[in-house]
Design a protein around this ligand. Sequence first.
Ligand code: FE
Ligand code: FE
Ligand code: ZN
Length: 276
Amino acid sequence: MVYLGCHLSCGKGFRAMVRTAESIGADTFAYFTRNPRGSKGKDPDKGDIAAALAELKEQGFGKLVAHGAYTMNLCAADPEARSFTASILADDLRRMADLPGQLYNFHPGSHVGQGTEIAVEQIASALKTALEPDYPVTVLLETMAGKGSEVGGRFEELRAILDAVNDPRMGVCLDTCHVYDAGYDIREDLDGVLAEFDRIIGLDRLYALHLNDSKNPMGSHKDRHEKIGQGSLGTETFRKIVTHPKLQGKPMILETPNELPGYQQEIALLRSFTEK
Ligand code: FE
Ligand code: FE
Ligand code: ZN
C-alpha cells in the first residue's frame, strides 16, 4: 500500500489538518511550514500538535511531508538573501523537532548564474549548519523541473548535494511533474527511471513522492502542474506509480490544481488502483 494525501492549509493548526485529511480519505498530508512569502511562522501550539500526533498514530497515517517556503533559495547570488534563507531553514528544522520522525521537503534553489557547482556547495553548507545533531527530522531535496537555473533537475545534482552534506537524515522527494518536465520518461519507462534513480541516488534515499500530472510535454522544463489524468502523463502513469513494488509504503502527496473535493476524487481514484 501507499499513503495518499494532498497539500492542506495549516491556518487552523494541526488537529484541523488531520480532520480535513480524514474527511477526504487521505492518510498523509503536506503543509507549508510558514506563509509562502517566507515570513515568520506562527509559534507552534504544543497541545494541538500532541493531539494531532496521537490521532495520526491511531488512524494509521503515513509520514507527513512538511514543505519549506517556495521563496527559499539557499544558493541565491546575494549573500544576504542566502543567509536569510539559511536562517529560515534552520528555524524550520528546529520546529520539526516538535514532530519527531516526520519529513521536511524543500526546493534546492536556483543558482542564478553562479553555476551548479557553487550552488551545490552553498546548499550543502546551509544544510550542514541547520541540521543540528539531535534533530529527529528527515530532510528531503525535491527533484526539480530544471526551469531557468534551478538546481535539482538532474539526479546527479541531488547526489552531489547529498554527498556534500553527508548526513543519513538527508533524502529525496520525487515530484512526478518535475521529473517528467526535466526529461525523465516516467510515462513510457517508469522502471528505467527508477533504475537510474537507484543507480545515481539510491532508492533507499527516496522517502516521498509528489503526484502531479504535467501541462507540458516531457523535457519542457516548465513546471506547470495538471490534475491527475488531464495532463501529458495520463492516468495510466499514476496507476503504475501507486502500484509499483519499489514505491510501496511511501507517502504520496497531490499538488494538483484542485480544491478539497477534487483532491478527494483523486485520492479515491488512486486508491482504487491499489485495491485490485
Ligand atoms: Fe515543491
Ligand atoms: Fe512538488
Ligand atoms: Zn512544481
